[in-house]
Write a protein that binds this ligand. Structure first.
Ligand SMILES: [Zn+2]
Length: 303
């Protein structure tokens, strides 16, 4: 096919200049016309005001000519309708690293410098960080190697109280399991468990058991560790917290394979990520919602 060559026409600068000048002229005329209309309007307005002088009316404001500007109706802050019998609270996840300080928790039978308290603090810190990375507010009960009370009972109560005082939305305690090696076959016991205790519901149709189930499933998904199931148990931190709470026994320090897992960065990280992804699902299930950039939940108001 014979295609005619494309001709690149140079723009004629003169023509353009003329055009621009004409355009500016039109604009000027336009603005002059607008100004004339405004002035005419203002005069008419003034006359009106003068005529109304006899009528008793505060005339201070009316004498000022204000170019009418459409005042945009201020966008109303979307009002949150709090359901009856509920309170609205900012989402907070309290992450508890078990033991600490004088209480080492379980001690490795294979390495007497390897303690539960250190492993769980590391995992808890990762959980806190990953939650915050996802925009989920979180706090640790302890962020270092210390305990709250020499009495184990009071120490455990303090952990639950930290969650209660801060109106936590969810509580998770992280531990390492051990089996008494005096028993035959004890060293073979391995795997992960999640403990819960069903209490008065804080979120409609949501139980502690469901919380345990969701988080456990996510941990297995990440770590592939043997799962021994979710178990109901009246543990102190589960009993004394006023919000859904679980206790994760991450692995057995007395089992050689689990021991290696607990020592590995990879296992600790995957366990933390499993817990965090589980919590994210739980927040979704209990209807956590964003309001002005923050996450909130509705809780049963209680007494
Ligand atoms: Zn423990």
């Amino acid at each position: 096919m014979n295609i005619p060559p494309v001709r690149h026409r140079r723009p004629a600068p003169r023509y353009r200049l003329v055009n621009t000048t004409r355009f500016i002229a039109v604009l000027l005329v336009f603005f002059l016309a607008i100004t004339a209309i405004i002035i005419a309007g203002a005069t008419a307005n003034n006359n009106n005001n003068n005529n109304n002088d006899n009528v008793e009316e505060p005339s201070d404001e009316s004498s000022v000519v204000v170019t009418p500007v459409a005042t945009p109706t201020p966008e109303p802050t979307p009002a949150i309708e709090i359901p009856e019998g509920k309170t609205m609270e900012p989402v907070l996840v309290v992450v508890d690293a078990g033991h600490g300080g004088r209480d080492p928790g379980t001690i490795s039978p294979y390495d007497d410098t390897f303690f539960e308290k250190d492993v769980v603090l590391d995992i808890a810190k990762r959980v806190e960080k990953y939650l915050k990375d996802k925009g989920i507010n979180a706090m640790l009960t302890r962020d270092g190697d210390y305990h709250f009370n020499d009495s184990i009972d009071k120490d455990l109560l303090e952990r639950a109280d930290i969650a209660n005082r801060n109106n936590a939305s969810l509580f998770v305690s992280i531990h390492v399991n051990a089996y008494d090696l005096k028993f035959k076959g004890a060293a073979a016991v391995n795997g992960m468990e999640v403990y819960y205790l069903n209490k008065d519901t804080v979120y409609t149709d949501f139980t502690d058991e469901r919380y345990a189930e969701i988080v456990a499933n996510k941990i297995i998904e990440f770590t592939g560790i043997k799962f021994n199931g979710i178990k109901s148990r009246g543990l102190s931190v589960l009993r004394n917290t006023h919000m859904p709470a679980i206790l994760v026994e991450t692995a057995y320090i007395t089992n050689k394979e689990d021991h290696a897992r607990l020592k590995s960065n990879d296992f600790r990280d995957k366990t933390a990520k499993g817990i965090v992804d589980g919590i994210e699902l739980v927040l979704d299930e209990i209807g956590a919602f964003e309001h002005q950039g923050e996450l909130y939940v509705f809780k049963e108001a209680g007494e």
